[in-house]
Design a protein around this ligand. Structure first.
Ligand code: HEM
Length: 509
């Protein structure tokens, strides 16, 4: 009989279920959204406090919720039906517990991750942070905004209880999400628990010029395609992506692949210590509500373009240097090569060792340096499942946001990600890379202009920008000193665990 560790150390071929009963058992007891994003455009994240409840009452509530939860297998089947027959996948429901929630339940077996047990509020103020993979090297902490300054009025309002649980409801029909949320709130109140508040997720989409998903491509509020780079664990996804990208690589004569997208499920899924089945697994889940000041970001893009003296027709390059991809997803390191205008994920920075084409501080280079064969770096990759929040006006043709609608708040990204170790994956990426002025070492990179959370003090190297692409400036690099301050602010969040469904069915033995 294979162990969980053995099952998680190979790619998942779920359509061959008759050959693989253990994998099927695992997928039936694992929650949806971990192996593959649910892809629905409307979500409600309902935050719950168990304050004042008895352990048996909490247990009864979780059992009730377990009947609504979508399993990984349900989700994969629904996705296959949608692909072959266009049948809507319907609603997805996921349940998460914080360490405080486990403690109030009186659970004997609690997921062991140290950062999870501390919670995000504690970890966010720790400085320095230590990482087991870099023994004896204390690094700058996360430098999170203190919770006294988080969003007023909702689940994160200063003074509110820390959430014990979260329920995610997702559907393409906003009415169905609203209905499900209101019945959920009634069930929670009937069980004696308290709803702390609800964060609403609303995907933003741009109609695509050339093919692509029928819904349009997903973008974040600064206007950039998001979710393009994802780790893949399902053999079907790996094969499909290879088929789409490989012909281009052959034409270019490039080695294949330049970035290996396939990852083992064990980097994102762990055995649930409290599962009631043999193959019950779960995943650690980071939730961060990040407000985006669109007006400030767009102003800085324009100003940086001016300082660099980019040709007016090519002003988009300045924002692309900050993000690392153009708004359409084309990696800035590739612009001017045959793949121009292609949001490919098959690239790395081997041809740009000095950061002349894509700055070392560019958001996607900071958060994934893509050094070929570097397993230490690959260990940081998370399964990102974020969704935007807040309303925006679209242009009448649906091809972009309305130019005049550039809010300075009230919109942003609910960053959500699954992983097997919060310290080594999320915290490492945010603190040791994005927020670390000295990463990569010796590069004078400064902090990530999108998500860095440490001030660029005057005179720090983050003021020097280079656009050295041969397609621009007649081969002469453009340079400018400009402090591109971040326009993203943490306004809420916590660390959670997505337990096995069998645990939720019977939380207390
Ligand atoms: C409001 C906040 C954020 C914005 C606007 C944003 C925007 C983007 C965009 C436009 C991309 C390119 C699309 C893609 O490659 O998938 C991207 C990629 C990425 N982001 Fe963010 N992001 C934000 C927060 C975060 C946070 C908090 C983290 C982690 C600490 C993060 C980690 C990543 C990673 C790992 C990638 C993929 C890099 C790669 O594989 O090349 N992002 N982000």
């Amino acid at each position: 009989m294979p162990t969980i560790a053995a099952i998680l150390s190979r790619h998942i071929e779920w359509t061959k279920w008759t050959d693989d009963p253990e994998m099927m058992a695992l997928l039936s007891d694992l929650q949806a959204n971990i192996l593959k994003g649910h892809g629905r455009d409307h979500t409600a994240n309902v935050f719950i406090s168990f304050d004042g409840m008895k352990e048996t009452e909490i247990s009864a509530l979780l059992t009730d919720l377990s009947f609504a939860v979508t399993s990984a297998l349900d989700q994969l089947r629904a996705a296959a039906a949608f692909k072959s027959a266009g049948i809507s996948g319907g609603r997805v429901v996921c349940v998460f517990l914080s360490a405080k929630g486990y403690a109030k339940l009186g659970a004997k077996s609690v997921p062991s991750d140290v950062a999870f047990r501390d919670g995000m509020r504690v970890r966010g103020r720790m400085d320095p942070l230590n990482f087991a993979s870099l023994p004896g090297v204390p690094l700058p902490g996360l430098n999170d905004e203190p919770d006294t300054l988080w969003e007023a009025g909702g689940p994160w309002a200063p003074g509110k209880a820390v959430p014990d649980a979260m329920v995610l409801v997702a559907d393409d029909d906003p009415g169905l999400v609203a209905d499900a949320t209101s019945s959920l709130k009634t069930a929670i109140a009937d069980a004696g628990a308290q709803v702390l508040g609800v964060d609403i997720g609303l995907a933003q989409r741009r109609r695509q010029e050339r093919g692509g998903p029928t819904k349009g491509e997903g973008i974040e509020h600064f206007g950039y395609v998001d979710g393009r780079s994802q780790p893949l664990f399902l053999q079907e996804d790996i094969d499909e992506n290879k088929k789409a990208e490989e012909p281009k690589a052959i034409v270019a004569g490039d080695p294949w692949p330049l970035w290996e997208e396939s990852f083992l499920p064990s980097q994102f899924i762990v055995a649930d210590p409290a599962a009631r089945t043999k193959f019950g697994c779960g995943s650690y889940f980071v939730y961060r509500k990040l407000e985006q000041n669109v007006e400030a970001f767009k102003r800085r893009e324009r100003q940086l373009g001016g300082w660099l003296q980019e040709p007016v027709a090519d002003r988009e390059r300045a924002g692309a240097l900050a993000v690392g991809r153009f708004e359409d997803g084309t990696p800035v390191v590739l612009r001017g090569q045959p793949v121009s205008g292609d949001p490919t994920n098959n690239f790395n920075y081997d041809g740009d060792p000095g950061g002349q084409l894509c700055p070392f501080r560019g958001h996607i280079r900071k958060t994934n340096p893509r050094t070929a064969g570097d397993e230490f770096e690959r260990r940081r990759i998370m399964a990102r499942r974020g969704i935007t929040f807040g309303e925006r006006q679209a242009r009448p043709d649906g091809a972009d946001f309305n130019e005049d609608d550039r809010p300075s708040g009230g919109v942003g990204l609910i960053f959500m990600a699954y992983m097997n170790d919060i310290n080594e994956q999320f915290e490492f990426t945010q603190a040791a890379w994005a927020g670390n002025v000295d990463f990569p070492p010796g590069s004078s990179a400064g902090i990530d202009p999108v998500i860095g959370q440490r001030a660029n003090t005057p005179g720090t190297p983050n003021t020097a920008w280079i656009d050295g692409h041969p397609a621009i400036g007649g081969g002469t690099a453009l340079t400018a000193d400009y402090d591109f301050k971040t326009a993203v602010r943490l306004i809420g969040g916590d660390y959670f665990f997505a337990p096995s469904i069998s645990f939720l069915q019977q939380p207390l033995p």
